[in-house]
Design a protein around this ligand. Structure first.
Ligand code: HEM
Length: 136
C-alpha cells in the first residue's frame, strides 16, 4: 500500500501562515537572498505578520494588507533583477511542498505577476532594453 502525504487543500489564514513561515525559512537559508533580508529585517515576526496579511489580501481578498511594496523594494541596497528568479523558485518550491497542484498554481500566478510589476517599477528605464540585461 502506498501512502501519500496529505497536502493542504484550501487557502485559509492558517494555511497562508504555514506557507509564509516555510517560505521565509528557506529565504533565510538561501545564499543569494538571505543577506538582503537580514540587512533590512531585524525583527522577523512583524515582517511575517505583514506577509500573512499580504497573502490573505491577495488570495482571500480580505484587504488585510495596507502598504506600498514597491517603495520598500526600491530602496533595498543590492536588489537585482535575477534575484526575483531565485525568490520565485523558492516560493514555487514551498507552494508545491504544502499545497495541491491547483492551489500551488494559483499562488504561483499571483506571485509571478506581482514580481513582474515590482521588477518593472524598480528597474524599468524607457531608454534601456527590457528585460534588463543580466550583469553576468
Ligand atoms: C528579489 C526578490 C525580493 C526581495 C530581495 C525582497 C525583499 C524584501 C525585504 C527585505 C522586505 C522588507 C522591507 C522592509 O521592511 O524594509 C520585503 C518586504 C515585502 N515584500 Fe519583498 N522581496 C522580494 C520579492 C517580493 C515579491 C515577489 C513579493 C510579492 C509577491 C514581495 C512582497 C513583499 C511585501 C508585501 C513586503 C512588505 C512591504 C511592507 O512593508 O508593506 N516581495 N521584501
Amino acid at each position: 500500500m502506498m501512502y501519500t502525504m496529505e497536502k493542504l487543500s484550501h487557502v485559509t489564514e492558517e494555511s497562508i501562515c504555514k506557507l509564509v513561515d516555510a517560505f521565509y525559512t528557506k529565504v533565510r537559508a538561501d545564499e543569494a537572498l538571505a543577506p538582503i533580508f537580514e540587512r533590512a529585517i531585524h525583527d522577523w515576526q512583524p515582517h511575517l505578520d505583514k506577509m500573512y496579511a499580504f497573502w490573505s489580501s491577495v488570495m482571500l481578498t480580505t484587504g488585510r494588507y495596507k502598504g506600498n511594496p514597491l517603495i520598500k523594494h526600491m530602496v533595498l541596497p543590492d536588489i537585482k533583477p535575477e534575484l526575483f528568479d531565485r525568490w520565485l523558485a523558492l516560493f514555487h518550491q514551498t507552494c508545491t511542498e504544502l499545497f495541491d497542484d491547483d492551489i500551488s498554481a494559483a499562488f504561483g500566478v499571483k506571485a509571478e505577476r506581482i514580481a513582474e510589476s515590482l521588477k518593472l517599477g524598480i528597474f524599468y528605464r524607457p531608454d534601456r532594453p527590457w528585460p534588463p540585461q543580466s550583469a553576468a
